[in-house]
Design a protein around this ligand. Structure first.
Ligand SMILES: *Cc1c(COP(=O)(O)O)cnc(C)c1O
Length: 427
């Protein structure tokens, strides 16, 4: 059987069956709007606004959405919108993908990392307040922004985080790149803070091949973001600049893909949730494996972008004695771009041997499983950055792993994946 199987990837882009994406892209060509603006960009922004402004109870918000070339660009411009300048400090969740924190450094500002709490794996509100007070004491200033992250789509403790942010007058930038369509109290993530970041990279909830968006509080903020995204030009017949801008607007071709993808977004979200439910059912009797579920509180409504789990340290996995014996030659999972070669197979902070053995075993059965994201304060590039933690995210990194969850993952795949996990465990 396994010879005929196609590899089951973590999360793959999936186009609408009707081919709406190609129709809108063709329209861009037919009307000669092959530029970083145009009817698809405007319509995609409208579609996104409709989506994010619609609360589950039927009430409406009035956020404005600006489409950009990447989620990373959205983080960068949100920081600018919060007035972050060189030398400022910005608080960011440590347990995240690098795109949450790297843009802080683009501005010459300094990330201050905050650890996670056990239930959501996201920013711990108690540690957040501790960090704010300690930074004030040490530097005489409050941090300029707070970036919680919906890791794997899980909503953060947004009520508590916003209450603390308000108390000290610090704006919140929600990194909902992985959490598109996740809700808290019926309201879409990204609409609670001053700004909300979305990503349409190839592996996210929906794709534009590459792209992102920033959800803004009002049209005025959105206007300012749009200005910075289009090289910050002043109204003269020639190019005149009073600020440094960026070329971050979304292409009208990519926006055509996005418009098409909006027709499948609700289906994608429903499918991710269905896959999570199936894992929950099938993994419940597997000793030592614990699926990461959302808090038992009806306010939480995660999209389960990736399904994640932990593996107890004492569980033995086939091939564990060989874990980390070989230096890896390419990026795990075939990430895009260039990966620097390394000369050691290990670092001073890495997943347990049984997690690595499980990854290798799953891959031999054509299943892509991955370790959870390595906390940013453990990254060599952020050595010396302030960190406020109880060690939760580092503990999860050692025992956590991600399982396939995209629209291509069938019920049969989930059964096969869980059977493979059982097979990998040595009783
Ligand atoms: C993907 C991602 C981003 C950035 O999105 P891109 O569109 O890839 O630039 C930001 N934050 C997190 C947590 C992400 O996973």
């Amino acid at each position: 059987m396994s010879e005929e199987r196609k590899t089951i990837y973590l999360c793959l882009a999936h186009m609408s069956e009707e081919g709406w994406e190609q129709k809108y892209v063709k329209e861009a060509f037919d009307t000669n709007w092959v530029v970083p603006m145009g009817p698809n960009v405007n319509a995609f922004e409208q579609d996104l606004q409709n989506f994010v402004n619609n609360n589950s109870d039927g009430s409406r918000l009035d956020r404005t959405v600006v489409c950009l070339s990447a989620g990373t660009a959205a983080v960068h411009l949100a920081l600018i919108g919060c007035g972050v300048k060189a030398g400022d400090e910005v608080i960011v969740q440590s347990f995240t993908f690098c795109a949450s924190s790297h843009p802080i450094t683009y501005l010459g500002a300094k990330p201050v990392f905050v650890g996670s709490e056990k239930e959501t794996w996201n920013m711990d509100p108690e540690l957040l307040e501790k960090a704010i007070l300690d930074r004030k004491e040490k530097t005489g200033k409050y941090p300029k922004a707070i970036i919680p992250v919906a890791l794997y789509g899980m909503p953060y403790r947004i009520d508590e985080i916003c209450a603390i942010a308000d108390k000290y007058g610090i704006p919140v930038i929600e990194d909902a790149a992985e959490g598109m369509g996740s809700r808290y109290n019926g309201q879409v993530l990204g609409t609670f803070g001053k700004y909300g970041v979305l990503s349409f990279n190839g592996n996210k909830m929906i794709t534009t091949s590459g792209g992102g968006a920033l959800i803004c509080r009002n049209a005025e903020d959105a206007n300012e973001i749009m200005w910075y995204a289009t090289q910050a030009r002043d109204a003269y017949p020639y190019y005149q600049h009073t600020a440094i801008g960026y070329n971050y607007r979304m292409s009208n071709v990519c926006a055509g893909i996005g418009r098409g993808q909006m027709t499948v977004l609700d289906n994608h979200i429903a499918h991710h949730k269905h896959v999570q439910d199936l894992y929950k059912e099938l993994l419940k009797d597997v000793k030592g494996v614990h699926l990461h579920c959302q808090p038992e509180n009806e306010k939480y409504d995660a999209n389960f972008w990736l399904c994640t789990a932990t593996l107890d340290p004492e569980v033995k996995i086939i091939g564990q004695e060989n874990a980390y014996k070989e230096v890896i030659k390419t990026a795990v999972g075939g990430a895009a771009g260039v990966i620097h070669a390394v000369d050691s197979a290990t670092t001073d902070c890495q997943p347990n041997d049984n997690i690595e053995a499980l990854r290798v075993y799953m891959l031999s059965k054509k299943i892509e499983a991955r370790p959870t994201w390595k906390p940013m304060h453990k990254q060599p590039v952020y050595e010396g950055a302030p960190i406020y933690t109880n060690g939760v995210e580092e503990d999860i990194f050692k025992i956590g792993f991600c399982l396939p969850a995209g629209p291509y993952v069938t019920d049969d795949d989930v059964k096969y994946i869980v059977d493979t996990i059982k097979e990998a465990i040595i009783d």
